[in-house]
Ligand binder design. Structure first.
Ligand code: MN
Ligand code: MN
Length: 338
């Protein structure tokens, strides 16, 4: 059950309208790291969760993210309030109105025009919100890790937004929203480590001989750290194909009927390595024209270099004329058709 209180979780004071800033703030309204994505992510996880502790945590944070959505949406609406009225009422001269929306080099006129200055569920580039932003897979040891990363990304976007505004009220509210994401990140991390055997994620154990191996597959500029140290990993300096001990080949056992068709197709599409075909890029349009002008049954002249150049000079008219002649039915003239 939802109940709404028509007050915000955090007090919002906007000093002055700024459609350009409003546009950038849309990133946290309808963007991939935004509040709607966060709320939907945790709601869907919470509804599907059976562990009472995690269910409570997920639904608390999901509901708080909706409160954040309300805060960021309200800031956007206030920043656009002037533009909204101006656009709707059309009181200014066209150029004045245009400048007021696009001043400061922002592209807010795109969202302002389309959405009338209201907070739209798009990111700061105008791309519509999508459920594809949510990568839940229904396994808490994987989903909690994704939630931790999502909170980290949301924190960084808020940090960037704080860095581009000098409005103290907006800075203050964004600082609150940014801080809450840090708090959520910690809760999710605690919840992850409250699951025994949370690593590796899931139930099936890794194959032991490959679990703590580091393959140095990009050569040049090697750096050794804890991520590939001899203490933590078996470092393979020069990895070779077939790490399983096999030859690294690939094979499949096909039923005999499919083996026959697979071989037939392979034979039909086999490369002739003894040929050196002339490509369209080499002859330009000339080869196609030569073939068109050759009556059926007669071999086309080899595209000699000299001929190709000569035809290239005026190819279009000749080709067009012959095509036109062909298209005119017997007894009718080209002029009549026109
Ligand atoms: Mn949030
Ligand atoms: Mn959060």
């Amino acid at each position: 059950m939802f109940k709404h209180i028509k007050k915000l979780q955090y007090t919002v004071r906007v000093a002055a309208p700024n459609p350009g800033l409003a546009n950038l703030l849309l990133e946290q309204f309808g963007g991939p790291q935004g509040e709607l994505a966060a709320a939907c992510r945790y709601f869907t996880q919470g509804i599907g969760e059976d562990d009472p502790g995690r269910k409570d945590l997920l639904l608390d944070i999901a509901t708080e993210e909706l409160s954040h959505l309300e805060i960021i949406g309200t800031i956007i609406a206030l920043l656009n309030k002037g533009a909204k009225g101006d656009l709707a009422e059309g009181i200014d001269k066209e150029a004045t109105l245009y400048r007021s929306l696009t001043g400061g080099g922002n592209d807010s006129h795109i969202t302002s025009l389309l959405y009338g200055g209201g907070p739209a569920l798009v990111n700061s580039a105008g791309a519509p919100w999508t459920a594809a932003y949510i990568d839940t897979i229904g396994e808490p040891t994987a989903d909690l890790r994704s939630n931790i990363a999502a909170e980290a990304r949301a924190k960084i976007i808020y940090e960037r937004l704080i860095n581009i505004t000098d409005d103290p009220g907006i800075k203050d509210a964004l600082g609150f929203l940014m801080t809450r994401e840090v708090s959520h990140q910690q809760s999710f991390e605690k919840a992850l480590y409250a699951i025994h055997n949370n690593f590796p994620p899931g139930k099936t154990p890794p194959v032991p001989e490959f679990a703590n191996v580091y393959y140095n597959t990009s050569s040049g500029g090697e750096v050794r750290g804890p991520w590939n140290s001899d203490k933590n990993f078996t470092y393979v300096a020069d990895p070779q194909p077939g790490v399983d001990g096999g030859d690294g080949g690939a094979s499949v056992a096909l039923p005999s009927k499919q083996q026959t068709t697979a071989q037939a197709m392979a034979a039909r599409t086999r490369s002739d390595i003894g040929t050196d075909p002339i490509t369209g890029a080499e002859v330009g349009g000339a080869k196609a024209i030569i073939e068109k002008q050759t009556p059926p049954g007669q071999a086309a002249a080899a595209p000699k270099k000299k001929a190709a150049i000569a035809i290239k000079v005026k190819p279009a008219t000749k080709a067009k004329a012959s095509a036109k002649d062909k298209a005119v039915p017997k007894g009718k003239t080209a002029a009549k058709k026109k």
